[in-house]
Write a protein that binds this ligand. Structure first.
Ligand code: IPD
Ligand code: CA
Ligand code: CA
Ligand code: CA
Length: 258
């Protein structure tokens, strides 16, 4: 626990420092690039933020493994290292560019593949969510309660419609849920479930950096998290992703079985 608190304090320092840099940044057209397709954007701020966080973590924890979205490459050392940090420097780069809101920094720390620390930092709102293994989940240092175990028919469901428009899963939540909502930021959409605002957040093919902090948040708040078939997520692997209340998950599963 003492070790975790030490790590926690380091992360808090890093996040406070980086917020100032991001908030005061001004993007030019030349600062924006595409990666795999025209919607997969990266900016100079994504890269600089990842560099900054990685180098600060590295200064403090020389033998820890750091996996960041923008510098990710397959590497066997990841599986071998008992201390692993996973970083998404800007989650929802498209929101960052187009609306300057609803984007966040995601950081998670794992020991022997078990989630120990998780951070979702909503830069614009200056809202810092953190989770510590066994200690709970906090918004700006105020502990939050386990959300109500709402059923699908009462639940707002966040789902990536563009990527899922042909799926039975989408039809099921449209026909049986209360309504749909989507922020387009995996960290913030997922956290809305933890807060009791949404019954589920459903998104295909996420990178491990998109949901890493949500794993501990789900564990601390007794929420369901899995791939679309109910399988446990493999450590640091890309996956389809659902975080939901237990009842909403059960309702979806039962409807899909029919
Ligand atoms: C993206 C966002 C988005 C999700 C994408 C992610 P990025 O993250 O979280 O909500 O639909 O699949 O890649 O790339 O902007 O960090
Ligand atoms: Ca990206
Ligand atoms: Ca992301
Ligand atoms: Ca990102």
């Amino acid at each position: 626990m003492n070790d975790l608190l030490y790590c926690h304090n380091i992360v808090i320092g890093i996040l406070k420092e980086i917020r100032e840099k991001i908030i005061s940044s001004k993007l030019n057209k030349n600062d924006i690039d595409t990666k795999t397709n025209r919607r997969d954007l990266v900016t100079i701020i994504d890269k600089q933020t990842e560099d900054f966080i990685s180098s600060k973590l590295n200064e403090n924890f020389k033998d820890h493994y750091i996996l960041g979205e923008e510098t990710f490459k397959k590497d066997n050392n990841l599986e071998k290292n008992e201390n692993v940090w996973i970083i998404d420097p800007i989650d929802a780069t498209a929101n960052f560019i187009k609306q300057e809101t609803d984007y966040c920094i995601l950081i998670a720390f794992f020991q022997n593949k078990i989630p120990k620390l998780g951070y979702i930092f909503d830069i614009k709102k200056n809202e810092l969510i953190h989770a510590i293994d066994g200690e709970g989940v906090f918004i700006n240092d105020i502990r939050i309660k386990e959300p109500e175990n709402i059923a699908l028919e009462e639940a707002l469901i966040s789902i990536d419609v563009r990527k899922m428009w042909k799926s039975e899963l989408l039809k099921t939540v449209i026909n049986n849920g209360f309504d749909l909502r989507y922020i387009g930021c995996a960290g913030l959409d997922g956290f809305k479930v933890a807060r009791g605002h949404f019954g589920a957040f459903i998104c295909p093919n996420l990178g491990p950096w998109d949901f890493a902090p949500l794993l501990l948040i789900a564990k601390e708040l007794n929420l369901h998290v899995s791939d679309f078939n109910g399988n446990e997520l493999l450590f640091a692997k890309r996956s389809d992703f659902i975080i939901s209340t237990n009842q909403t998950y059960l309702d979806i599963k039962n409807l899909l079985k029919r």
